[in-house]
Design a protein around this ligand. Structure first.
Ligand code: GLV
Ligand code: GLV
Length: 335
């Protein structure tokens, strides 16, 4: 019997993808991740795993699950998975790209607008019964988004979708990435490549859209904030650890930069208490980037199809480690 474990509650409808395959699927009906040792024990006898980014899939986990042949992350990012270890173990790793691009770009723009125009503060002001005159005070005013300069750190699918949205706001769009786009694509997208320091120095809004890697971890630290304009705002819908959260809280408190809109944090679901205390021009969301009904449904279905295909000897659509592709065609015990 081929068996799949779903580590945390996902949309049950997605499991229809396994109909008629004979693959048995166990869905854990809990929204909380299992501690590492419990996850290892729970997954020990399964051939496939559907997991979330709060599950850590490392060498120790893989060694404890000798039957495992595929790990499908219900996320586009896969920094929670040691892909090199999975490849060494012959385990396929898959993610859910594209289906969440527009929802995440929408949320990045929502955060940018909410932070710039201080939407949560206005809402709280009104609900507190303080909306007694039309005029608000100078110190409650926001800043203009239209015509401002947006700096994108990372220009993958999501960064590009944000660049397209920025055009509608007549923004100047700069970007920095390890890879530069061909000049033709830069023109079509209306973006200009700059070095990291120039991105920091020129942008009114800096929005993070890179994966979390050894080279992006804490890229936004005290030194980076010092290079930004005192009026600038940082938007992060990518991964928390790309930003040094303690340094960010200090930069906001000391007026080194003006604001931040954050959907991701260094130690989710924990949020630095210093950030929680900052209410002016700081907007904090509980990792909602892909959280629309339609997008999450597509992500869950995509992860289920990836596992189904890998366990049926077919190359999954969203294989992250193609090095294992030839081993997928030969189901059975892992080498
Ligand atoms: C969400 O953070 C994702 O990587 O899909
Ligand atoms: C704003 O509501 C205006 O009329 O200027």
């Amino acid at each position: 019997m081929t068996r799949v474990l779903v580590s945390q509650e996902i949309l049950e409808e997605a499991l229809e993808e396994f109909d008629g395959t004979g693959i048995e699927v166990d869905l854990r009906r809990d929204h909380r991740p299992l501690p590492a040792a419990e996850l290892r024990a729970a997954a020990a006898d399964y051939d496939g795993l559907i997991c979330l980014l709060t599950d850590r899939i490392d060498a120790e986990f893989l060694a404890a699950c000798p039957r495992l042949r595929v790990v499908a992350n219900v996320a586009v990012g896969f920094d929670n998975i040691d892909v090199a270890a999975a490849t060494r173990a012959g385990v396929a790793v898959t993610n859910t790209p594209r289906v969440l691009t527009d929802a995440t770009a929408d949320l990045a723009f929502t955060l940018l607008l909410s932070t710039a125009r201080r939407v949560p503060e206005g809402d709280a002001f009104l609900r507190a019964g303080k909306y007694t005159h039309w005029r608000i005070k100078q110190e409650q005013m926001g800043v203009d988004v239209f015509g401002a300069t947006l700096g994108l750190f990372g220009l993958g699918q999501i960064g590009r979708a944000v660049a397209r949205r920025a055009r509608g706001f007549d923004m100047t769009v700069l970007y920095h990435d390890v890879q530069r786009l061909p000049a033709e694509d830069e023109r079509t997208l209306g973006v200009t490549y700059v070095e990291f320091d120039e991105l920091l120095a020129r942008s009114d809004f800096v929005s993070v859209h890179s994966p979390l890697t050894d080279s992006t971890r804490h890229r936004f630290d005290a030194a980076a904030f010092a290079k930004m304009k005192p009026s600038a705002m940082l938007i992060n819908t990518a991964r928390g650890p790309i930003v040094d959260e303690a340094a960010l809280a200090a930069a906001l408190r000391d007026g080194v930069i003006a604001g931040a809109g954050l959907d991701v944090f260094e130690r989710e679901p924990e949020v630095d208490p210093q950030l929680l205390q900052l209410r002016e021009r700081v907007v904090l969301l509980p990792h909602l980037g892909s959280a629309t009904g339609t997008t999450r449904r597509e992500m869950c279905r995509m992860a289920a199809r990836n596992v189904r295909d890998a366990l049926s000897g077919k190359r999954p659509e969203n294989l992250v480690n193609p090095e294992v592709a030839d081993r997928i065609a030969a189901p059975g015990e892992r080498p």
